[in-house]
Design a protein around this ligand. Structure first.
Ligand SMILES: *[C@@H]1O[C@H](CO)[C@@H](O)[C@H](O)[C@H]1NC(C)=O
Ligand SMILES: *[C@@H]1O[C@H](CO)[C@@H](O)[C@H](O)[C@H]1NC(C)=O
Ligand SMILES: *[C@@H]1O[C@H](CO)[C@@H](O)[C@H](O)[C@H]1NC(C)=O
Ligand SMILES: *[C@@H]1O[C@H](CO)[C@@H](O)[C@H](O)[C@H]1NC(C)=O
Ligand SMILES: *[C@@H]1O[C@H](CO)[C@@H](O)[C@H](O)[C@H]1NC(C)=O
Ligand SMILES: *[C@@H]1O[C@H](CO)[C@@H](O)[C@H](O)[C@H]1NC(C)=O
Ligand SMILES: *[C@@H]1O[C@H](CO)[C@@H](O)[C@H](O)[C@H]1NC(C)=O
Ligand SMILES: *[C@@H]1O[C@H](CO)[C@@H](O)[C@H](O)[C@H]1NC(C)=O
Length: 546
């Protein structure tokens, strides 16, 4: 070796490192396509399995701008990673579909003996390696799996691809097999494949399995607990889209009201109303912190803010009666044509801009500008017409969306079965949290589900715990403190039997430094300020009322 020049030595060392993962044998098999046994899962046929070693992956480095919605473990890293990249493609014979499952396997010497399924968002069954999501698992040494669900993975350029190409078989025709793949079936199969590949590679099965998801991923977590209760030992399913039809009705409602009433308030007016509500209701929870924690006690009516002048980044606006009507509608929630309630609304400190946005046309008039999620849902699965514009619908149409939606789609995707006893009996633990100021999925829907599970089983506390998060929006964002250790908390619950009384939340400033931490109490308890310094964790207690 001494005879070789330094450059060659460096080259050889790099090749040696690259080969290390190929030789990452120990027990189990090596990272080569032909080394793996093709797992058998009833109702599926594997089309291909590719395994390639990845050395010093830094893909995630330039993806740190992607909002980090999934929880990770402390110490997890997202660059310089070595792993075995397994990509498996299968079909359901007779359906001619094609589903991809990605399984990333950390080095044998690094593996923590755990398996993680990673959830999706919006109409994505799973995220892609193009986002930073899978790195949350692999960076913490979990064998990490996610699936395409049979349709395209999102990309960085197109994080929420149009679902119409897979949702509709042809104009007017819903692809129900594709929908079922998305709702539940492929998630179960991908988990079975992922566990089998993990066992094959390491020569022993994973000791513990975890699901990690928010929003769609939170719904998927609940779906597992309800339909496949023994798949995961621990499920983290936050801000869950479980009340499937209802949440889209909620998200579309302000647009319907605006268009039907001919009132198109500016976002500045809605901001002014939010500020007025916070002034009125902030201290109902005993602490003036700019958040409304006791939203159910806040009786503020947006009409009280009409006429108020507001400095919106230097532009002065006066709150109109139309703006108050739209804010009250979003807070109250969607209604049927006969005035009965369809679903819950938001807290009054919620940023309504995603669901009550407008555009200004070339002649200066304002028009509806719906959020893509309810727009996609209704045009593809209810109207079955990719060109349909739901925000222009009448109150009658809106009523129809609600009833048709429930009739057709509750069974495949309405994830609200309150009977979690099989999950309980399998020893599973479920942790969920939900931002009180969520503008996409009403917080009160999770309260509703919790109460229904509780009604069936008073021992809910042993396996299902729910943590409200004041001042936080959908899966994060907003002025409040965000849960920061939920995955770690879940792992400790599953593996050490430490059931969490509180969940620690953290408020970070834009440069990433910690401003303060706050304990979050589990529902039905509330986080009540009892000390003198609001920035101290010790200043809070869990009580049954504020
Ligand atoms: C890994 O990649 C980074 C750049 O992304 C590089 O700086 C580093 O030297 C590489 N490490 C090894 C061991 O090759
Ligand atoms: C993993 O393998 C799949 C299939 O071969 C490939 O498409 C993907 O780009 C690979 N991932 C990485 C990070 O190289
Ligand atoms: C099956 O799907 C492929 C594309 O995935 C398509 O090319 C082929 O025509 C389909 N076959 C049938 C019988 O529908
Ligand atoms: C992953 O495993 C490596 C090797 O054992 C270890 O150095 C690292 O701290 C582990 N990462 C985490 C987040 O536990
Ligand atoms: C209004 O807001 C702008 C920008 O946020 C600020 O520069 C200005 O000082 C404010 N005006 C008053 C009277 O506070
Ligand atoms: C509102 O709509 C405008 C115009 O389409 C867009 O630029 C802006 O990002 C939207 N805001 C929100 C909060 O969705
Ligand atoms: C402004 O343009 C929109 C279409 O962009 C149209 O619907 C509306 O009637 C126009 N309003 C006026 C006052 O011309
Ligand atoms: C980060 O920002 C906070 C204020 O938001 C400031 O107090 C702190 O010094 C900053 N830290 C660094 C490392 O820049």
């Amino acid at each position: 070796m001494q005879l070789l020049c330094p450059q060659i030595l460096i080259l050889l060392s790099a090749i040696g490192n690259a080969l290390a993962i190929l030789r990452d044998t120990g027990s189990g098999v090596s990272c080569e396509s032909s080394a793996f046994d093709l797992p058998e899962v009833l109702g599926t046929r594997i089309i291909s399995l590719r395994a390639t070693p990845i050395f010093n992956d830094s893909l995630a480095l330039d993806r740190r701008d992607v909002p980090d919605r999934l929880s990770t473990l402390p110490g997890a890293i997202d660059d310089g990673l070595d792993y075995c990249n397994v990509s498996l493609t299968y079909t359901h014979p007779g359906l001619n579909d094609s589903i991809n499952v990605a399984i990333w396997l950390p080095l044998k010497s690094h593996w923590n003996g755990r398996f993680m399924g990673v959830g999706g968002g919006g109409f994505n069954t799973g995220y892609s390696a193009d986002s930073s999501f899978p790195y949350n698992g692999i960076g913490a040494n979990f064998s990490t799996m996610w699936t395409s669900g049979g349709h395209v993975y999102p990309t960085r350029e197109d994080p929420f691809p149009d679902p119409a190409p897979w949702g509709l078989a042809s104009p007017g025709v819903v692809d129900f097999n594709g929908f079922n793949n998305f709702a539940s079936l492929t998630l179960h199969e991908a988990t079975l494949f992922g566990k089998a590949i993990t066992e094959n590679y390491y020569g022993r099965p994973a000791e513990y399995s975890y699901w990690n998801g928010c929003s769609q991923g939170g719904r998927q977590g609940h779906m597992f607990a309800q339909r496949y209760p023994d798949m995961y030992d621990g499920i983290l399913g936050a801000a869950a889209a479980i009340n499937w039809v209802d949440i889209f009705q909620f998200m579309l409602w302000p647009q319907i009201v605006m268009n039907q009433e001919g009132q198109f308030p500016s976002l500045c007016e809605l901001e002014a109303i939010k500020e007025a509500a916070i002034e009125a209701c902030d201290e109902l929870d005993g602490l003036k912190d700019g958040l409304i924690s006791a939203n159910s006690q806040c009786t503020f009516d947006a009409n009280e803010a009409v006429g108020r002048l507001y400095n919106c980044s230097g532009e002065y606006v006066q709150v109109s009666a139309g703006a108050a009507q739209v804010a009250n509608a979003a807070w109250r929630g969607p209604l049927n044509i006969d005035g009965t309630q369809q679903w819950y609304g938001t807290s009054k400190d919620t940023d309504l801009s995603p669901i009550a946005n407008t555009t200004i046309s070339s002649n200066g008039t304002r028009e509806v500008n719906p959020l893509f999620l309810p727009h996609d849902w209704i045009r593809v699965w209810i109207a079955k017409d990719a060109t349909y514009k739901p925000a222009l619908a009448t109150y009658e149409d809106f009523d129809h969306f609600f009833h048709t939606g429930h009739q057709i789609y509750d069974s495949p995707i309405g994830t609200v079965d309150p009977d979690l006893r099989a999950f309980r009996d399998a020893g599973g633990k479920f942790l969920t949290w939900h931002g009180v100021a969520d503008a996409f999925i009403p917080f009160d829907g999770t309260v509703d589900y919790y109460n229904k599970v509780l009604q069936r089983d008073p021992s809910i506390d042993d396996y299902y715990r729910f943590f409200p998060v004041p001042g936080i929006g959908h899966c994060g964002g907003g002025p409040g403190a965000k849960p920061d250790s939920s995955l770690e908390t879940l792992v400790n619950w599953v593996e050490k039997g430490i059931a969490p009384e509180t969940l620690l939340a953290m408020k970070k400033s834009t440069n990433g430094s910690i401003e303060y931490q706050r304990p979050l109490c589990r529902y039905p308890f509330f986080t009540v300020f009892v000390g003198s310094d609001p920035n101290l964790v010790e200043s809070y207690e869990c009580r049954e009322s504020f």
